[in-house]
Design a protein around this ligand. Sequence first.
Ligand SMILES: NC(=O)c1ccc[n+]([C@@H]2O[C@H](COP(=O)([O-])OP(=O)(O)OC[C@H]3O[C@@H](n4cnc5c(N)ncnc54)[C@H](O)[C@@H]3O)[C@@H](O)[C@H]2O)c1
Length: 249
Amino acid sequence: MIKVLLCGACGKMGGNVLELLKNDSEATVVCGVDLYPREIGVPVYKQFSSVTEEVDVIIDFSSPINLRERLEFAKTRGAGIVLASTGFSESDLSLVSEYEKSVAIFKTANLSLGVNLMQALCKAAAQVLGEAFDVEIIERHHNLKKDAPSGTALMLAESVNEAFGGEKKYVYGREGIVGARENSEIGIHAVRGGTIVGEHEVMFAGEDEVITITHSAASKRVFASGAIRAAKFLIGKPAGRYEMKDILN
Ligand SMILES: NC(=O)c1ccc[n+]([C@@H]2O[C@H](COP(=O)([O-])OP(=O)(O)OC[C@H]3O[C@@H](n4cnc5c(N)ncnc54)[C@H](O)[C@@H]3O)[C@@H](O)[C@H]2O)c1
């Protein structure tokens, strides 16, 4: 049985992973770490230094806070880590690059198969449509989401930008007398409201025609099951950085 430590165990995603793993024959949650521990049926610690259980892999749905602590724990325990949290800063990302030399790290801003296919579709569309079409990305999430724009919106922007040799610059929302839209822009807009699980729309607006590629998640379970799949994938893998396309391939 694969022993899973759930970081962010008391949050919404943590709850979804815990629920799915209750009926899993290959993996089980041995404990959790959460800044605000509460009773969830497995031991939950406030910090990694208190964890006594044996751990094979960490599934992290928490936040960028204390990132080093969870990476260091993975390193000393020889465990893999699925970094599913979003909102990481540049210095957080450098830390991840430092630790991927000694830890098997699976990192993606979006664990759904559909969004990963959407990335490829957006890149292909940008390659065909080229500079004649303006690209704008609109993401919609529930009113409790802490980071904006979503990590997925940024991931989609990167895929589009790859088709332009990385030359596009991101413009986050627009306000005031911003003037005509420049061709070098990719607009990124974050909408927040109600209980929307996650919607991403990439719009290619050209002369007299608009193409949109859209993905909509109907429940958080899709991300939880993606994280479990990633955790199982990491078992026995050498140190390094892994992402969805490594599983899909
Ligand atoms: N990669 C994906 O596909 C994907 C999908 C959904 C959510 N997410 C990300 O997962 C994260 C969690 O989402 P959620 O909806 O469950 O949020 P949430 O606020 O419901 O839960 C987060 C939990 O983590 C805990 N926490 C925060 N920082 C912590 C830390 N440093 N150490 C330990 N525990 C900590 C909080 O106390 C809370 O219980 C967010 O960053 C979200 O964007 C990613």
